[in-house]
Every structure is written in C-alpha cells, then in structure tokens.
Design a binder for this molecule. Structure first.
Ligand code: PMP
Ligand code: GLN
Length: 380
C-alpha cells in the first residue's frame, strides 16, 4: 500500500452507520433527512431523467452548462460579485469532492492548514494525504453549561498565534457541523483580517447555508472586502434540497484558484452525473423556494452534554476508547438510539477536552423523533 493510506483508515461514518444498522437503532446519527425531499425536488429529478438522451450521457467536465449557469446567477445575487459560470464555478461529486480537490490543488507538502475545531472529520485525512500539516484551534464554550451554540467562540489571540509563514490556508465551516453555530459577521471579519494580513487562503465549507435558525443570518466570508480573491466557498446540492444521495456539490471562487482545482478534477472523475446536475439546476431555478423561510426551520445537528449522565458501560471491548465513543456505542447497543461522538470532530490533542458530548441529527420524520423521545423518557 501507499504511505498516504496510513493513519487515515478509521472513519466515524463507516463505523457508526454500520453500528446503527447492526442494532436496528433509532438513527439520529449520520446527517441525512429520513423523509422525502419536497415534491418539486423529486419532480426535478424525474424531469431530468426523462429530459432526452443527452441526460444519460457525459456532460461538460467542470459542470453541466445549465447548472453552472444557475449557480452563477444565483450566487452572483447572494454575494454581490459577478460570478463567471465557466471560470469561477466547479461542480463536484458532493461537497466531499470539492474539499478533496481544494486540498489536492492548493496545499503542498509541509504547508500548514489551520482547522477550526470542531470540524467535519474529513478535513484532517484530506490534509494529511497531501502531506500538509494540520494546526488546530478550538471554538470554546465561553459560558459554563451554556445551551447556545453562539456561545462557542474563537479567541482572536489564540487564532492569531496559529498563523506562521508556512500557513497556506484556514478551513472554516459555517453553519457548523456538529455545533449548529452560525458565525457572525464580526467573527468572520476577524478571520478575514488575519487571512489578508498573512496572505492565506480561506476554505469555507457552507453546505448548511440555507439551514439557519430564525434571526441567524448566514454570511459568506467571500463577500467581505478583500476576501473574494482568496476564498474557496463550498456548497452541497444534497443539503440544499434534502437529497444527500444525489451527491452534487460545488466550489465557487476566483477563476485563478478554480483553474487548479479543475486540473485535479479532470484527472480524477472528469464530471459528476448529468441527470443529478440537471435536477439541481432546476431546483435553483426555483430560487424563491431556496430563499424562502420555509427552508430555514433549522440546521441538521445539535449536541448534548453527557457529563452528568452516569452510565456503567460494562464493556471491556471499548475500554481503550474515549468516553463519548464508549457512550455512543453503549447507547446504540443497550438503548437502541444511535448518535455520533463529538470528539470525532476534534484532533487527538483536543479530543480529550471535548469527549463529553454527543451529536444528534434532527432532520428526521416526526415518528423517528418520537421514537427517540420514548427511549430517552423511559430511561430518565
Ligand atoms: N461538509 C460538511 C460540514 C458536511 O456536514 C458534509 C456532509 N456530508 C459535507 C461537507 C459533505 O457534503 P456532501 O454530502 O455534499 O458530499
Ligand atoms: N454530513 C453528514 C454528517 O455529518 C454525513 C457525513 C457522511 O456520511 N460522511 O453526519
């Protein structure tokens, strides 16, 4: 095997999705809706599939023409920046591949990448696989026992101390998985100032951009002064339209940056499935829906503090694992409720400080949420 496969073989989704299935647990673990997407979204997919022979054949490498046009039109309006559909957009196999192409195209061996914790787990192996060095900085709850994700904040001094002459990029995720935190403009401005000062790229994972709670407005860091040229903004059709299985994602950035991501992409999958891209394009053309309050009922996740829950795990097979991993395994096996351990979203060095939380995905049918509630009530 190649050395790049070493140390990146464990995957929290592979492990815990299988565990939930094995125990037929009520699944509030992996983040996906267990209900159908809205009718017009399903129709968009059917219309795409029935849209003629070309829908079943290859399309343009870097994005189906109708989709890059829809994305450019839509996001030009959102960002106030004129986005060129052919130069500034790349359509990928989910946001996952957008992230992969970003690290492959922009990070060299020895480059440092600042990752804000808690982070979507794949950033770490993706940086490792290109020989980059991850540098972690945690969001910390500034109020003891707080119930709001807004209380998890970055210390400006701590963040500033992580920038060095080797820093190539910082990765942020807003709204955040797993916290549900939506970064405020001031927080993004603080990050932007450091990026500009140190001439660093910002990879901004915004897959949950349409899923903000009332009053919380999603702000794109790319829209702040001086940031368009250095920001790589990543989105997901799966999250936008509650159709995670379609695996259509995208990157929007300056053509100067996208050009290098295209190089990786053309030598990797060449293009993402045509009909799914057509369906996402049709979805965006119904932009009134995307922007309507009806899709802002809430994000995908919340975390719960388990430090006061006393449990005797009585399971030697997990005794070397962190507290939250043991807890989640116990909860799945003994109570039939699947969740995700939050230390999976931390580096090994900070995971120990944050191993008393579990993550619940709540974009689920009422019946699924009721079943979870029953389990919790019966237990308490
Ligand atoms: N980033 C974050 C923060 C996510 O939660 C997900 C969910 N899988 C992804 C990226 C990947 O998105 P996609 O399903 O479009 O590949
Ligand atoms: N983004 C989803 C989550 O965080 C799914 C991740 C995955 O399946 N790899 O749960």
């Amino acid at each position: 095997h190649a050395r790049r496969t070493e140390g990146v073989d464990k995957n929290v989704w592979v492990e815990f999705t299988q565990l939930a299935a094995d125990y037929k647990a009520v699944n509030l673990g992996q983040g996906f809706p267990d209900f159908s997407p809205p009718k017009f979204v399903q129709e968009a997919f059917c219309d795409a599939v029935n849209g003629g022979p070309q829908m079943h054949q290859y399309t343009r490498a870097f994005g189906h023409p109708r989709l890059v046009q829809s994305l450019a039109t839509f996001f030009s309006r959102v960002t106030g920046h004129e986005i060129d559909p052919l130069e500034d957009v790349l359509v990928t196999v989910g946001a996952y591949q957008a992230l992969f192409c970003a690290f492959q195209a922009l990070i060299d061996e020895g480059d440092e990448v600042i990752i804000v914790e808690p982070f979507f787990d794949c950033y770490q192996p993706m940086v490792k696989m290109v020989g980059g060095k991850e540098v972690y900085v945690p969001l910390r709850p500034k109020v003891e026992g707080s119930l709001s994700s807004a209380d998890w904040t970055l210390s400006a001094e701590e963040l500033a101390s992580k920038f060095t002459p080797r820093t190539k990029a910082i990765v942020i995720n807003t709204p955040n998985n797993p916290l549900g935190k939506v970064y405020k403009t001031e927080e993004l401005q603080m990050i932007a100032d450091l990026c500009i000062k140190h001439d660093v790229l910002c990879i901004s994972d915004e897959v949950y951009e349409w899923l903000t709670y009332d009053g919380n407005k999603h702000v794109k860091i790319a829209s702040l002064p001086g940031m368009w040229e250095r920001t790589i903004t990543i989105g997901s059709g799966g999250k936008t339209f509650s159709a995670t299985g379609w695996k259509v994602g995208w990157v929007i950035s300056s053509g100067r940056i996208i050009k290098h991501m295209k190089t990786i992409f053309q030598n990797c999958v060449y293009h993402c499935p045509t009909a799914a891209q057509e369906a996402v394009a049709r979805g965006f053309e119904r932009e009134a829906w995307v922007c309507s309050p009806s899709c802002r009922r809430g994000g995908y996740f919340m975390i719960a503090d388990i430090s006061s829950v006393k449990v005797d795990f009585n399971d030697d097979s997990t005794k070397d694992e962190s507290y939250d991993y043991r807890f989640v395994k116990w909860l799945t096996k003994e109570k039939g409720l699947a969740t995700i351990p939050v230390s999976a979203f931390y580096s090994p060095e900070h995971g120990k400080e944050f191993d008393k939380y579990v993550r619940f995905c709540f974009v689920k049918e009422e019946a699924t949420l009721d079943a979870a509630e029953q389990i919790l009530r019966k237990w308490s």
